[in-house]
Design a binder for this molecule. Structure first.
Ligand code: NAP
Length: 250
């Protein structure tokens, strides 16, 4: 892509969970479109390789570390990014975890932690960034999951957190539309990353059989949807949840 074709030139983006998987693909795609990306992971050293990869695509990428569930630390970090990177236009809330267990055996700590990282972590960044995003008529994309729409046995905590992200997305869209800010969610199905690498062969085969397109998705296929939603073509879309699951939820 040449300079003149890069639609996000001059924009600053925050991507959480940017060290690997879907977040890494999103960070690199935004950088390839010209955005200066703040690559965030749980520890700064985890985000360094992603920031270097983004810096090779466009100037100004930087790595940061924070626990997205820590409200005070997120507030401080967002203020630092806005000051040091020259504003904020795009926020992608992608950091997420699973702690799967059947309902009867799930521990309270595992319920709370998944809600804290996946749902409260999203709220932490949206709240900390809202004032700046209102000034820049910015875009927010929150990564939910297809199980936030359909539910899933063994994932009560995760599905609740991801359904919460969809409700949060719709409410933020309504609150901030008057300021020109859009807020959308993406609900991926089964995407090949560290998160899904642990799934055993038998369960993987059953899952593949249930996916009409008969293949696992790639992180770049989620990044392409983010690129669309934050780019010039996505300006009139807000409050929506885009399911990208090879037809799994049909
Ligand atoms: P992944 O490979 O496990 O990567 C998770 C990312 O989140 C890492 O960058 C990790 O940073 C970061 N992270 C986790 N906890 C954090 C915390 N407390 N504070 C800051 N960063 C934290 O995950 P993925 O598969 O790419 O998934 C990305 C998002 O898509 C998640 O929200 C996930 O729920 C969602 N999703 C994934 C799938 C799928 O099939 N893979 C399907 C539906 C939805 P560190 O490297 O520092 O640990």
């Amino acid at each position: 892509m040449t300079e003149s074709q890069r639609p996000l030139e001059g924009q600053v983006a925050i991507v959480t969970g940017a060290s690997r998987g879907i977040g890494r693909a999103i960070a690199e795609t935004l950088a390839a479109n010209g955005a200066r990306v703040a690559c965030i992971a749980s520890r700064v050293e985890n985000a360094e390789a992603a920031a270097s990869a983004c810096a090779a695509l466009t100037d100004g990428a930087r790595p940061f570390g924070v626990d997205v569930a820590d409200t005070a630390a997120v507030k401080e970090l967002v203020a630092e990014i806005v000051k040091d990177m020259g504003g904020l236009n795009l926020l992608v809330n992608n950091a997420g975890i699973t702690k799967d267990q059947i309902l009867m055996r799930m521990q309270e700590d595992d319920f709370d932690r998944v809600i804290d990282v996946n749902l409260k972590g999203t709220w932490n960044f949206v709240q900390a960034a809202t004032r700046t995003l209102m000034k820049s008529s910015g875009r927010i994309v929150n990564i939910s999951s297809v199980v936030g729409v359909t539910g899933n046995a063994g994932q009560v905590n995760y599905a609740a957190s991801k359904a919460g992200v969809i409700g949060l997305t719709k409410s933020v869209a309504k609150e901030l539309a008057g300021r020109g800010v859009t807020c959308n969610a993406i609900a991926p199905g089964f995407i090949e990353t560290d998160m899904t690498a642990a799934i055993e062969d038998k369960a993987r085969e059953e899952l593949m059989a249930a996916i009409p397109l008969k293949r696992i998705g790639a992180a770049t296929e989620i990044a392409a949807a983010v690129e669309f939603l934050v780019g010039p073509a996505g300006g009139y879309i807000t409050g929506q949840t885009l399911v990208i699951d090879g037809g799994l939820s049909l």
